[in-house]
Design a protein around this ligand. Sequence first.
Ligand SMILES: [Zn+2]
Length: 271
Amino acid sequence: MPELPEVETIVRDLAGLLPGARIGRVDVLRPDLVDGDEPDAFAARLKGRTVHDVARRAKNIVVGLGGERLIVNLGMTGRLLMAKSGEEDPSHLGVRISLADGRELRYHDVRRFGRLWVVGEEAWRSFDGGLGVEPLSDDFTPEWLHASAGRSRVPIKTWLMDQGRVVGVGNIYASEALFRAGVDPRRPANTLSATEAARVAEGVRQVLTDAIEFRGTTFLDYRDASGERGGFAARLKVYDRGGEPCPACGTPLERLVQAGRSTFFCGSCQR
Ligand SMILES: [Zn+2]
């Protein structure tokens, strides 16, 4: 499932490609992928608009259209690809947004857990306000993390993945950040000292920044806007490496299930 670095990679690519482009025809081939509006109304809200900017909020791609915004959430297997009109359609094409200059923005999704929807200013503010802190923003400080985690008894790994608190950190990067921080993923969030909270905050920022540099992690499905794989999977230190030696101390890495998701960690380095 795409997390912050994967979505950020797509957003940065599209931010260099889309602004100034005018939307022509919009074809909704899979109506269940569109939220909020009937397919015809969705298409009508987009048609004729010019792309002002492309940004990310949490794990969502936000295409600014001057007043309205198109939001794309990739779900598990969604891909948002730039193509030229006439190029062969990918399988599982869900929505085709034709641009007046002959290019196309194509959304396709094998498992169809992704969603596209259009919001006006008020709906945007409500959506934005319901999401947690951006971990690469100035609001994500060690002090904030320590104070906020201090009010919760859930395990710190589960805490990091709650999108109402911190956005964009999913299963892969939560495990990786806690390994970098040397903090056991099972620790109740409110037992972290100020020093440990600072290490967790730094671990989160570092692993996300490094993963963006390598254009995200691809195990199976994730592709950037050009259809290319991310390069960070080989650089993961603990995720999906249960039983392998810890890269720091050589102890076999452990796997456990927390809130239904696999966690990977070193029982020796992480306390
Ligand atoms: Zn270790």
